[in-house]
Design a protein around this ligand. Structure first.
Ligand code: NDP
Length: 420
């Protein structure tokens, strides 16, 4: 399965790219044509070659992010103990790095005329190829590092090449204090997302002399999401991505290619199809976003407050319903955690994922309802979060045993209350 995913998933951004460049962003005619005798060879021949400009753009971007990471001041956040009891320290300065990148982009393009603001859009095909190659190379390097030079004992080798390659061997591969996973996700993935949508907006402006209100709204919603993520980088060190998911192809490629190409597909679509929404339509999309965002923050904050207060926090004005869960660390020590079974965490076990899906839906709505392409991001997020919820349930059941089963009995729904 992971072998198939490693080979097939990287095709998707190219399919979306080809749909936009050759079929006015319609996926159906492209798929129909492929049914009429398209071969893998045809597909490979349609992959844009990685040009020198695309490589230069990518390498300069990564070098800039490395420089900003090292030079900009940042707090030092101590992560939660890993399964083998390591408490890793993270330098958290993603917010200033994100803002500095955006400022440099504006100064370099509009202020100093060093490069066109539309550079990413103009080189998009070759950049997808560069991102794909970089994802494979990075995943291969961390695979070798995990096999032969692991950072610490938070390492798992299953012995099946594609599984280890996709899932990753090391939990937190590091070179000295430099955390490869945190940098790749937070700087390459998240900041390139901002860079790509800004460049697409610049292209729309260049082509039509104005920004459509759909593109303007998309920019605001996605930039707020990215900047808010950067602002809460310290919180991110406590999420599944950092605490439990090992760093392999899934995350490496996800950051170098998937996020900057699939998460940005609405911006891409809007360059070709600028939509002008009515005030009511704009208000509706904004309302969906605000609802999703507010619930997303409230749900995540409820868990943080509950755990920080050791179960003493009031949840919706009432004492929290807590389940005591005992577990053993890898070195055999017995520890205790509390599971919250009221508030949002009493509605479903992953209510925060539902909120994320609402936010994603608001992004996709900016691309309208006439084409599938802007909604591919929603489909991918549904798959990602469903899969994540199942993996998390499995892990928590293994970790907490009877306490988790009790929680599942008290809160039977995984994501959507009353439905799933
Ligand atoms: P959660 O924040 O839901 O964390 C899950 C962990 O929390 C579990 O492994 C368990 O860890 C603990 N936990 C589970 N249930 C309870 C409970 N009832 N009470 C207390 N602790 C509990 O998941 P993620 O880390 O996956 O996601 C964090 C946020 O990031 C979410 O809002 C998610 O939607 C978002 N996200 C966004 C993505 C995107 O691309 N837009 C991708 C992935 C995530 P422990 O071992 O500590 O008990």
């Amino acid at each position: 399965m992971t072998a198939l995913l490693t080979l097939l998933v990287p095709i998707i951004p190219f399919v979306l790219y080809r749909a936009c460049t050759n079929y006015e962003c319609s996926i159906t005619p492209l798929l129909l044509q492929s049914l009429e005798g398209w071969t893998l060879r045809d597909l490979l021949q349609s992959v844009p070659l990685p040009t020198a400009s695309a490589w230069a753009g990518f390498v300069i971007f990564v070098a800039l992010e490395l420089l900003l990471y090292c030079l900009l001041p940042g707090q030092h956040t101590v992560g939660l103990p890993t399964p083998t009891g390591n408490a890793l320290v993270y330098k958290t300065n993603a917010l200033s790095a994100t803002l500095a990148t955006i400022a440099l982009l504006f100064t370099g393009s509009y202020g100093l005329n060093l490069f066109p603001a539309t550079f990413v859009y103009d080189n998009y095909g070759p950049l997808i190829t560069v991102g794909t190659i970089s994802g494979f190379v990075l995943a291969f390097l961390v695979y070798i590092k995990g096999r032969f030079y692991p950072t610490n004992r938070d390492t798992t080798v299953h012995g099946r090449f594609f599984y280890d390659f996709w899932m990753g061997i090391e939990l937190n591969p590091r070179i000295g204090d430099f955390d490869i996973k945190m940098f790749t996700i937070g700087r390459i993935g998240m900041i390139s997302w901002a860079v790509v949508i800004l460049s697409h907006a610049a292209k729309q402006y260049e082509l039509y002399g104005q920004l459509s209100n759909s593109m303007a709204l998309l920019l605001v919603l996605q930039l707020v999401y990215i900047i808010d993520w950067a602002w809460r980088e310290a919180w991110y060190t406590q999420t599944l991505d950092i605490m439990h998911d090992h760093f392999g192809f899934f995350m490496a490629y996800g950051s170098t290619c998937w996020v900057p190409s699939v998460y940005t597909s609405q911006a891409w679509f809007l360059v070709h199809h600028p939509i002008h929404f009515s005030p009511i339509e704009l208000a509706f999309i904004l309302a969906v976003n605000l609802l999703g965002y507010t619930l997303f923050r409230l749900t995540n904050d409820q868990k943080i407050t509950f755990r920080e207060s050791e179960g003493q926090a009031l949840i919706w004005g009432k004492p929290a319903k807590a389940i005591e869960a005992v577990y053993k660390t890898a070195d055999g020590q017995e520890r205790r955690n509390l599971l919250l079974a009221s508030g949002f965490w009493g509605l479903s076990r992953h209510f925060n994922y539902l909120c994320d899906l609402l936010i994603t839906a608001s992004f996709c709505m900016c691309g309208g309802f006439t084409h599938i392409l802007p909604w591919t991001y929603q489909a991918m997020m549904m798959w990602l979060l469903l899969n994540r919820a199942q993996r998390d349930d499995k892990r928590c059941r293994r970790k907490y045993g009877k306490a988790w089963e009790q929680y599942c009995r008290d809160v039977p729904y995984s994501i959507v209350p009353g439905i799933y």
